[in-house]
Design a protein around this ligand. Sequence first.
Ligand code: SAM
Length: 232
Amino acid sequence: LVIEPTQQQQEWVNLTHDQQHYLKRVLRLKDGDPLIIMNGQGKAWKAILQGTSAQLLETLTESTELALNLSLLIALPKGSGFEEIVRGCTELGVTTFIPVISERTLLNPSAQKIERWRKIALEAAEQSERQIVPQILEPIKFSIALTKVKEVKTDKYICVTRRETDHLFSYLTKPLLNPQIIATGPEGGWTTGEIDLAISAGFQPVSLGPRILRAITAPVYVASLVSAMVDT
Ligand code: SAM
């Protein structure tokens, strides 16, 4: 469970109503049962459940995080597609989501929707026993996002569905320790102008293979590929 940073200095932490419900009704935990408490920013403790609180026993030293920062820059898909992406990619270790509005994006998310994405990220991080809850940035236009990441020193890739480009996998050489920003497009794909802009911002165009993946599947595929390489 992820607790408020203000509680982490205490031996006992109060659990919210939702957390108690999840532990007792969903997971069927009883007093004295073990659980893991996280601060969402990299620290975790072994703890036990006691009534409406948890008692922190010892700090966990083993990290469940990827050994690099993986940021996904994602053109928002329609409907609730981004929720699926956030859930799956959080399980796979993504550190930052950069949702963007591209020329062919159909969605303009409300503040409530963004709050919902953040709640999904938190729940997925808890279920995967991650120590970090990924950040979900405010959605911005793709062209503006490119100006912001232009100077950032990371490996940058843009996935385009052109079969003749090299596969992302062939660029991910071991040891894979540099931070990565990988960009995936919307249902209708990136426009040629967007691909050109991304290339001039330092992005390398890459393929994800001969099959066309849905806008929802592509980020999950990318995160799986990177995490398999980093974790093994
Ligand atoms: N007709 C669109 C096109 O040709 O770009 C298809 C877009 S695809 C459904 C959605 C996004 O997933 C693409 O913009 C791309 O970023 C990524 N994607 C899907 N399959 C891919 C592949 N085989 N290679 C590279 N990127 C892929």
